[in-house]
Design a protein around this ligand. Sequence first.
Ligand SMILES: [Zn+2]
Length: 255
Amino acid sequence: MIRFSHFFTLLVFTVVSLFSVTGCGVAMMSDERLARQSKSQFSQMKKKDPVSKNAKYQRMVKRIGKRITDVAKVDVPGTEWEFVVFDKSEPNAFAMPGGKVGVNSGLIELANEDEDEVAAVIGHEVAHVARRHSNKRMSQGVGVALGGIILDTAMRNKSSGDRALARGAYGVGATVGAVLPFSRSQEREADDLGLIYAAKAGYDPRASIRFWKKMQSKSRRKMPQFLSTHPDSGNRINYLESKMPYAMNLYRNAK
Ligand SMILES: [Zn+2]
């Protein structure tokens, strides 16, 4: 009983501190506040998780990030873009509020170091930030906050990166059950906008289909959990194909 009430107090405190109240009940956390928290999580990750020493990879993601964000013109307050490669073998990438984007070296390898393919993923991640998907998901309510506490507790022994992911980052090729699945509509929105960003930035949009096909066959063979966080990856390819004439037009105009 004591234990429960203690837990309840902790829960209420956490929920209150998680959500800013604006006079009309539980609201979205301010973008600035969320960006600050993400920035500190991201700098923790860079201290604890292996940052890739591959200078070519680091230059590549920074170059792609600059070109994509130049055309995306994201106006979410508190956003300061940063693109970092982590030395991890699973093909994964994530973006956090505040514009912090991580790409695993394994993803660049799966893309055969093809810049257009990596740009497809970075476009998708930038789109999640642009549309404030994390904030929207958190504002869905206490259920998510409670889930966050349980995840934090369950993941005490995991790397700081995995914990940060569990708390509200976005993942492409997300690992384990750590990442709450995105809603299908958020994934679709990120696919759509990401394709447009990459094409406008001068990256061949057809590379997105190439990359997602590789991701799909890899997830079938080795990472069944991928399908639980990205359940519509088959539809994703059909959708991208349907958007290709439009994207190719943007791409040709960008060149
Ligand atoms: Zn996504």
